[in-house]
Unconditional design. Sequence first.
Length: 104
Amino acid sequence: MTSSNAGDPDAATEFHVEVVYALPEKAHRANLTLPPGSTVAQALASLADRQPFASLDLQQLPVGIYGERVDAARVLADGDRIELYRPLHTDPREARRLRLKGRP
């Protein structure tokens, strides 16, 4: 008796995620195909040779999935969007106060 995984969604051999790094002037995206059980850290490690990701300290940047901060050990799911968060230069509350006062 043989078993087949055809048509079994739990038997996927790979899945797809997107990594996004947004700068004020441009958003950089990378689409990855990974094996099941891959973590955020493994996905980021696979970007080590791609620009602009290669020039970033990927182990130190905070990351999230769809706006929710996550740990690098988080196991990914098909369709996840990993977001790399860059450091803020101005406190968001202070930036809002300055905008309300008419200053850039």
